[in-house]
Design a protein around this ligand. Structure first.
Ligand code: PLP
Length: 396
Protein backbone atom coordinates (compact mmCIF):
# COMPACT_ATOMS: atom_id res chain seq x y z
CA UNK A 1 0.00 0.00 0.00
CA UNK A 2 1.13 3.56 -0.66
CA UNK A 3 2.24 5.56 2.36
CA UNK A 4 1.61 9.27 2.48
CA UNK A 5 3.78 10.35 5.33
CA UNK A 6 2.60 13.58 6.94
CA UNK A 7 4.02 12.89 10.40
CA UNK A 8 7.45 14.46 10.00
CA UNK A 9 7.32 16.27 13.35
CA UNK A 10 7.21 12.81 14.98
CA UNK A 11 10.12 11.52 12.96
CA UNK A 12 11.48 11.68 9.41
CA UNK A 13 12.73 9.16 6.91
CA UNK A 14 16.50 8.83 6.89
CA UNK A 15 17.66 10.43 3.63
CA UNK A 16 19.27 7.92 1.23
CA UNK A 17 22.31 10.23 0.97
CA UNK A 18 22.61 10.07 4.75
CA UNK A 19 22.46 6.26 4.76
CA UNK A 20 25.11 6.15 2.07
CA UNK A 21 27.40 8.38 4.10
CA UNK A 22 26.91 6.24 7.21
CA UNK A 23 27.31 2.73 5.78
CA UNK A 24 31.11 2.57 5.54
CA UNK A 25 31.27 3.51 9.24
CA UNK A 26 29.02 0.58 10.14
CA UNK A 27 31.17 -1.87 8.17
CA UNK A 28 34.77 -1.35 7.14
CA UNK A 29 35.69 1.75 9.18
CA UNK A 30 34.89 0.50 12.65
CA UNK A 31 37.82 2.10 14.47
CA UNK A 32 37.40 4.02 17.72
CA UNK A 33 37.80 7.75 17.06
CA UNK A 34 39.80 8.06 20.30
CA UNK A 35 42.45 5.51 19.24
CA UNK A 36 46.00 6.57 18.49
CA UNK A 37 46.23 4.59 15.23
CA UNK A 38 45.29 6.07 11.90
CA UNK A 39 42.50 3.49 11.43
CA UNK A 40 40.66 5.14 14.34
CA UNK A 41 41.95 8.57 13.38
CA UNK A 42 40.14 8.34 10.08
CA UNK A 43 36.87 7.99 11.98
CA UNK A 44 37.83 10.91 14.20
CA UNK A 45 38.41 13.05 11.12
CA UNK A 46 34.96 12.22 9.81
CA UNK A 47 33.39 13.21 13.14
CA UNK A 48 35.26 16.50 12.86
CA UNK A 49 33.65 17.06 9.46
CA UNK A 50 30.22 16.26 10.91
CA UNK A 51 30.80 18.77 13.71
CA UNK A 52 31.61 21.43 11.12
CA UNK A 53 28.49 20.58 9.09
CA UNK A 54 26.25 20.86 12.15
CA UNK A 55 27.89 24.11 13.26
CA UNK A 56 27.37 25.63 9.80
CA UNK A 57 23.61 24.99 9.88
CA UNK A 58 23.18 27.15 13.01
CA UNK A 59 26.03 29.63 12.59
CA UNK A 60 28.07 28.17 15.46
CA UNK A 61 31.77 27.29 15.78
CA UNK A 62 32.53 23.55 15.65
CA UNK A 63 33.96 23.62 19.22
CA UNK A 64 30.54 24.75 20.45
CA UNK A 65 28.85 21.54 19.25
CA UNK A 66 28.41 18.58 21.63
CA UNK A 67 26.99 15.35 20.22
CA UNK A 68 24.42 13.66 22.44
CA UNK A 69 22.07 10.68 22.16
CA UNK A 70 18.88 12.67 21.40
CA UNK A 71 17.03 15.95 21.79
CA UNK A 72 15.83 14.87 25.21
CA UNK A 73 19.39 14.41 26.48
CA UNK A 74 20.38 17.80 25.06
CA UNK A 75 17.44 19.50 26.82
CA UNK A 76 18.18 17.81 30.15
CA UNK A 77 21.89 18.54 29.93
CA UNK A 78 21.31 22.24 29.23
CA UNK A 79 18.98 22.81 32.17
CA UNK A 80 21.01 20.69 34.56
CA UNK A 81 24.26 22.41 33.55
CA UNK A 82 22.73 25.81 34.29
CA UNK A 83 21.62 24.64 37.73
CA UNK A 84 24.87 22.84 38.56
CA UNK A 85 27.01 25.85 37.70
CA UNK A 86 24.85 28.34 39.63
CA UNK A 87 24.03 26.45 42.83
CA UNK A 88 22.66 29.56 44.57
CA UNK A 89 19.96 30.11 41.96
CA UNK A 90 16.78 28.08 42.36
CA UNK A 91 14.38 29.50 39.79
CA UNK A 92 13.66 28.18 36.30
CA UNK A 93 11.41 29.79 33.69
CA UNK A 94 9.87 27.80 30.87
CA UNK A 95 6.60 27.79 28.92
CA UNK A 96 3.40 25.81 29.34
CA UNK A 97 3.77 24.19 25.93
CA UNK A 98 7.26 22.66 26.06
CA UNK A 99 7.97 19.14 24.92
CA UNK A 100 7.94 16.53 27.74
CA UNK A 101 11.76 16.57 27.57
CA UNK A 102 11.62 19.95 29.34
CA UNK A 103 8.16 19.74 30.92
CA UNK A 104 8.78 16.52 32.83
CA UNK A 105 12.27 17.59 33.88
CA UNK A 106 10.88 20.86 35.26
CA UNK A 107 8.09 19.04 37.10
CA UNK A 108 10.72 16.78 38.67
CA UNK A 109 12.93 19.74 39.63
CA UNK A 110 9.93 21.54 41.14
CA UNK A 111 9.60 18.63 43.57
CA UNK A 112 13.30 18.88 44.39
CA UNK A 113 14.11 22.33 45.70
CA UNK A 114 13.53 24.42 42.57
CA UNK A 115 10.84 26.92 41.72
CA UNK A 116 9.46 26.79 38.17
CA UNK A 117 7.48 29.50 36.38
CA UNK A 118 5.44 28.33 33.39
CA UNK A 119 4.81 31.20 30.99
CA UNK A 120 1.33 30.92 29.44
CA UNK A 121 0.42 31.15 25.77
CA UNK A 122 -2.69 32.71 24.23
CA UNK A 123 -5.47 31.03 22.23
CA UNK A 124 -3.21 31.10 19.13
CA UNK A 125 -0.24 29.56 20.95
CA UNK A 126 1.78 32.80 21.21
CA UNK A 127 3.96 33.36 24.23
CA UNK A 128 2.89 35.95 26.83
CA UNK A 129 6.03 38.09 26.65
CA UNK A 130 4.99 40.49 29.44
CA UNK A 131 4.47 37.55 31.77
CA UNK A 132 7.91 36.21 30.81
CA UNK A 133 9.71 39.51 31.43
CA UNK A 134 7.86 40.06 34.71
CA UNK A 135 8.97 36.62 35.89
CA UNK A 136 12.73 37.23 35.56
CA UNK A 137 14.37 37.55 38.98
CA UNK A 138 17.88 37.64 40.45
CA UNK A 139 17.27 34.03 41.47
CA UNK A 140 16.54 32.85 37.89
CA UNK A 141 19.18 30.33 36.81
CA UNK A 142 17.87 29.63 33.32
CA UNK A 143 15.07 30.38 30.89
CA UNK A 144 14.28 27.44 28.61
CA UNK A 145 11.90 28.14 25.73
CA UNK A 146 11.29 26.15 22.59
CA UNK A 147 12.07 27.80 19.26
CA UNK A 148 9.02 26.20 17.64
CA UNK A 149 6.24 24.04 18.99
CA UNK A 150 6.05 20.44 17.82
CA UNK A 151 2.23 20.32 17.84
CA UNK A 152 1.05 23.73 16.66
CA UNK A 153 4.22 24.73 14.81
CA UNK A 154 4.02 28.17 16.46
CA UNK A 155 7.41 29.92 16.48
CA UNK A 156 8.44 31.83 19.60
CA UNK A 157 10.32 35.13 19.07
CA UNK A 158 13.58 33.75 20.46
CA UNK A 159 15.76 36.53 19.04
CA UNK A 160 13.65 39.24 20.69
CA UNK A 161 13.40 37.32 23.96
CA UNK A 162 17.14 36.57 23.99
CA UNK A 163 18.04 40.25 23.93
CA UNK A 164 15.94 40.98 27.06
CA UNK A 165 17.05 37.90 28.95
CA UNK A 166 20.73 38.33 28.13
CA UNK A 167 20.56 41.97 29.25
CA UNK A 168 19.75 40.64 32.73
CA UNK A 169 22.66 38.17 32.63
CA UNK A 170 20.36 35.14 32.75
CA UNK A 171 21.17 31.98 30.78
CA UNK A 172 18.88 31.13 27.87
CA UNK A 173 18.39 27.66 26.43
CA UNK A 174 16.21 26.95 23.42
CA UNK A 175 14.82 23.64 22.28
CA UNK A 176 15.23 24.00 18.52
CA UNK A 177 14.49 20.33 17.81
CA UNK A 178 11.58 21.25 15.51
CA UNK A 179 12.98 24.52 14.18
CA UNK A 180 16.47 23.62 12.98
CA UNK A 181 16.40 22.75 9.31
CA UNK A 182 12.87 24.15 8.82
CA UNK A 183 13.46 27.84 9.48
CA UNK A 184 16.72 29.79 9.62
CA UNK A 185 18.31 29.26 13.04
CA UNK A 186 21.32 31.43 13.79
CA UNK A 187 22.87 31.34 17.24
CA UNK A 188 24.55 34.68 16.67
CA UNK A 189 21.44 36.57 15.63
CA UNK A 190 19.58 35.04 18.58
CA UNK A 191 22.35 35.12 21.22
CA UNK A 192 21.07 32.00 22.96
CA UNK A 193 23.53 30.32 25.32
CA UNK A 194 22.45 26.75 24.62
CA UNK A 195 20.39 25.10 21.88
CA UNK A 196 19.11 21.53 21.38
CA UNK A 197 18.69 19.64 18.13
CA UNK A 198 17.73 16.07 17.26
CA UNK A 199 18.86 13.98 14.28
CA UNK A 200 15.65 12.12 13.55
CA UNK A 201 13.64 15.28 12.87
CA UNK A 202 15.91 16.27 9.98
CA UNK A 203 16.38 13.01 8.05
CA UNK A 204 19.24 11.63 10.16
CA UNK A 205 18.79 8.48 12.30
CA UNK A 206 17.10 8.26 15.68
CA UNK A 207 19.38 8.25 18.71
CA UNK A 208 21.64 11.19 17.93
CA UNK A 209 21.30 14.79 19.04
CA UNK A 210 23.23 18.00 19.49
CA UNK A 211 23.69 20.47 22.28
CA UNK A 212 25.15 23.79 21.20
CA UNK A 213 26.90 25.57 24.08
CA UNK A 214 28.14 29.10 23.42
CA UNK A 215 31.82 29.66 24.17
CA UNK A 216 32.46 30.67 27.80
CA UNK A 217 28.99 29.58 28.96
CA UNK A 218 29.25 27.89 32.36
CA UNK A 219 28.83 24.17 31.73
CA UNK A 220 28.82 20.91 33.67
CA UNK A 221 28.56 17.54 31.92
CA UNK A 222 25.52 15.37 32.53
CA UNK A 223 27.32 12.16 31.50
CA UNK A 224 30.69 11.77 33.18
CA UNK A 225 33.09 9.34 31.61
CA UNK A 226 35.88 9.46 29.06
CA UNK A 227 37.35 12.54 27.46
CA UNK A 228 35.03 12.39 24.42
CA UNK A 229 33.49 15.67 23.30
CA UNK A 230 36.33 17.43 25.19
CA UNK A 231 35.09 15.99 28.46
CA UNK A 232 31.65 17.52 28.00
CA UNK A 233 29.86 14.23 27.31
CA UNK A 234 31.48 10.93 28.18
CA UNK A 235 30.86 7.78 26.16
CA UNK A 236 32.19 6.37 22.91
CA UNK A 237 30.58 8.26 20.06
CA UNK A 238 27.63 6.95 18.04
CA UNK A 239 29.94 7.29 15.07
CA UNK A 240 27.75 6.38 12.10
CA UNK A 241 24.78 8.41 13.36
CA UNK A 242 26.94 11.46 14.02
CA UNK A 243 28.30 11.21 10.49
CA UNK A 244 24.75 10.85 9.19
CA UNK A 245 23.65 13.88 11.20
CA UNK A 246 26.45 15.95 9.69
CA UNK A 247 25.28 15.04 6.19
CA UNK A 248 21.63 15.69 7.17
CA UNK A 249 22.55 19.19 8.41
CA UNK A 250 24.35 19.94 5.16
CA UNK A 251 21.25 18.82 3.23
CA UNK A 252 18.89 20.73 5.54
CA UNK A 253 20.81 23.93 4.76
CA UNK A 254 20.47 23.21 1.04
CA UNK A 255 16.73 22.45 1.40
CA UNK A 256 15.88 25.48 3.52
CA UNK A 257 14.66 27.44 0.50
CA UNK A 258 12.49 24.52 -0.64
CA UNK A 259 11.02 24.36 2.87
CA UNK A 260 10.26 28.10 2.90
CA UNK A 261 8.66 28.12 -0.55
CA UNK A 262 7.46 24.80 -2.02
CA UNK A 263 6.72 22.96 1.24
CA UNK A 264 5.16 26.09 2.77
CA UNK A 265 2.98 26.38 -0.36
CA UNK A 266 1.82 22.77 0.00
CA UNK A 267 1.06 23.28 3.68
CA UNK A 268 -0.92 26.44 2.89
CA UNK A 269 -2.85 24.70 0.13
CA UNK A 270 -3.72 21.80 2.45
CA UNK A 271 -4.74 24.08 5.30
CA UNK A 272 -6.89 26.37 3.15
CA UNK A 273 -8.63 23.47 1.44
CA UNK A 274 -9.42 21.63 4.66
CA UNK A 275 -10.68 24.74 6.44
CA UNK A 276 -12.93 25.74 3.54
CA UNK A 277 -14.24 22.27 2.67
CA UNK A 278 -14.85 20.96 6.19
CA UNK A 279 -17.34 22.86 8.38
CA UNK A 280 -16.52 23.44 12.05
CA UNK A 281 -12.79 23.11 11.52
CA UNK A 282 -10.14 25.51 12.80
CA UNK A 283 -6.38 25.88 13.01
CA UNK A 284 -4.65 25.27 16.32
CA UNK A 285 -2.05 28.02 16.29
CA UNK A 286 -1.56 31.53 15.08
CA UNK A 287 -3.46 32.57 11.94
CA UNK A 288 -0.32 34.34 10.82
CA UNK A 289 1.13 31.40 8.92
CA UNK A 290 4.58 33.02 8.78
CA UNK A 291 4.76 32.65 12.55
CA UNK A 292 4.38 28.88 12.25
CA UNK A 293 6.81 26.26 10.97
CA UNK A 294 6.35 26.07 7.19
CA UNK A 295 5.72 22.30 7.31
CA UNK A 296 3.09 22.17 10.07
CA UNK A 297 -0.64 22.61 10.34
CA UNK A 298 -2.74 21.36 13.22
CA UNK A 299 -6.44 21.37 12.46
CA UNK A 300 -9.24 20.78 14.92
CA UNK A 301 -12.41 19.12 13.62
CA UNK A 302 -15.17 19.71 16.10
CA UNK A 303 -17.30 16.87 17.48
CA UNK A 304 -15.17 13.95 16.25
CA UNK A 305 -12.44 11.87 17.88
CA UNK A 306 -8.91 12.38 16.57
CA UNK A 307 -8.10 8.70 17.05
CA UNK A 308 -11.06 7.67 14.88
CA UNK A 309 -9.92 10.10 12.18
CA UNK A 310 -6.39 8.69 12.32
CA UNK A 311 -7.70 5.13 11.93
CA UNK A 312 -9.62 6.04 8.80
CA UNK A 313 -6.64 7.95 7.41
CA UNK A 314 -4.47 4.96 8.20
CA UNK A 315 -6.68 2.73 6.04
CA UNK A 316 -5.79 4.97 3.11
CA UNK A 317 -2.09 4.94 4.00
CA UNK A 318 -2.08 8.52 5.29
CA UNK A 319 0.11 8.96 8.37
CA UNK A 320 -0.45 11.93 10.65
CA UNK A 321 -0.77 12.49 14.37
CA UNK A 322 -3.51 13.45 16.77
CA UNK A 323 -1.13 15.43 18.96
CA UNK A 324 2.54 15.02 19.75
CA UNK A 325 3.87 11.49 19.25
CA UNK A 326 4.50 11.29 22.95
CA UNK A 327 0.90 12.00 23.94
CA UNK A 328 -0.90 10.01 21.29
CA UNK A 329 -1.09 6.95 23.57
CA UNK A 330 -3.64 8.79 25.68
CA UNK A 331 -7.10 10.08 24.77
CA UNK A 332 -6.69 13.25 26.84
CA UNK A 333 -6.14 16.42 24.81
CA UNK A 334 -2.43 17.27 24.91
CA UNK A 335 -1.06 19.77 27.42
CA UNK A 336 -0.25 22.05 24.46
CA UNK A 337 -3.86 22.26 23.26
CA UNK A 338 -5.07 22.65 26.85
CA UNK A 339 -2.57 25.48 27.45
CA UNK A 340 -3.96 27.17 24.30
CA UNK A 341 -7.49 26.83 25.69
CA UNK A 342 -8.69 24.96 22.62
CA UNK A 343 -12.30 24.01 23.45
CA UNK A 344 -12.65 20.40 24.57
CA UNK A 345 -14.90 19.50 21.61
CA UNK A 346 -12.23 20.72 19.19
CA UNK A 347 -9.08 19.55 21.01
CA UNK A 348 -10.34 15.96 20.86
CA UNK A 349 -10.62 16.08 17.09
CA UNK A 350 -7.25 17.66 16.35
CA UNK A 351 -4.99 16.31 13.63
CA UNK A 352 -1.44 17.49 13.05
CA UNK A 353 -0.17 17.25 9.48
CA UNK A 354 3.60 17.74 9.20
CA UNK A 355 5.24 17.75 5.78
CA UNK A 356 8.84 17.37 4.61
CA UNK A 357 10.95 18.03 1.54
CA UNK A 358 9.82 14.60 0.32
CA UNK A 359 6.12 15.59 0.34
CA UNK A 360 4.67 15.96 -3.16
CA UNK A 361 1.78 18.01 -4.58
CA UNK A 362 0.09 14.75 -5.64
CA UNK A 363 0.11 13.50 -2.06
CA UNK A 364 -1.40 16.74 -0.77
CA UNK A 365 -4.13 16.60 -3.44
CA UNK A 366 -4.96 13.05 -2.34
CA UNK A 367 -5.26 14.11 1.30
CA UNK A 368 -7.42 17.11 0.34
CA UNK A 369 -9.73 14.75 -1.57
CA UNK A 370 -9.99 12.15 1.21
CA UNK A 371 -10.33 14.24 4.39
CA UNK A 372 -13.81 15.78 3.90
CA UNK A 373 -15.57 12.40 3.42
CA UNK A 374 -13.69 10.94 6.40
CA UNK A 375 -14.85 13.73 8.69
CA UNK A 376 -18.44 13.71 7.44
CA UNK A 377 -18.71 9.91 7.81
CA UNK A 378 -17.48 10.10 11.39
CA UNK A 379 -19.79 13.00 12.15
CA UNK A 380 -22.77 11.06 10.86
CA UNK A 381 -21.98 8.53 13.59
CA UNK A 382 -21.23 11.11 16.29
CA UNK A 383 -23.99 11.84 18.85
CA UNK A 384 -22.12 15.09 19.71
CA UNK A 385 -22.35 16.23 16.09
CA UNK A 386 -26.09 15.37 15.96
CA UNK A 387 -26.68 17.31 19.15
CA UNK A 388 -24.64 20.28 17.87
CA UNK A 389 -26.66 20.22 14.62
CA UNK A 390 -29.93 20.29 16.59
CA UNK A 391 -28.61 23.29 18.52
CA UNK A 392 -27.59 24.95 15.25
CA UNK A 393 -23.92 24.98 16.23
CA UNK A 394 -22.63 23.58 12.95
CA UNK A 395 -21.75 25.31 9.70
CA UNK A 396 -22.20 24.04 6.19
N1 PLP B 1 11.86 18.71 21.77
C1 PLP B 1 10.91 18.77 20.83
C2 PLP B 1 10.29 20.10 20.51
C3 PLP B 1 10.51 17.61 20.16
O1 PLP B 1 9.55 17.69 19.23
C4 PLP B 1 11.12 16.39 20.51
C5 PLP B 1 10.66 15.14 19.87
O2 PLP B 1 9.52 15.00 19.45
C6 PLP B 1 12.12 16.38 21.47
C7 PLP B 1 12.46 17.56 22.10
C8 PLP B 1 12.81 15.13 21.88
O3 PLP B 1 13.74 14.73 20.91
P1 PLP B 1 14.24 13.21 20.89
O4 PLP B 1 13.13 12.39 20.34
O5 PLP B 1 15.44 13.22 19.99
O6 PLP B 1 14.60 12.86 22.28
Amino acid sequence: MQVIYLDNNATTRVAPEVVEEMLPYLSEFYGNPSSMHSFGGRVGDKIKTAREQVARLIGASPEEIIFTSCGTESDSTAVRAALATQPDKKHIITSRVEHPAIKNLCEYLAKNDYRVTYVPVDREGRLDLDYLYRSLTDDTAIVSLMWANNESGVIFPIEEVAAKIKAKGILLHTDAVQAAGKVPVDVNASQVDMLSMSGHKIHAPKGVGVLYVRKATPYAPFMLGGHQEHGRRGGTENVASIIGLGKACEMAAEHLDDMQTRVRGLRDKLETALLTQIPNSMVNGTHDRDDRLPNTTSIAYEFVEGEAILLMMNELGICASSGSACTSGSLEPSHVLRAMNVPFTAAHGSIRYSLSSYTTAKEIDFVIEKMPPIISRLREMSPFWQEAAQNQLVGS
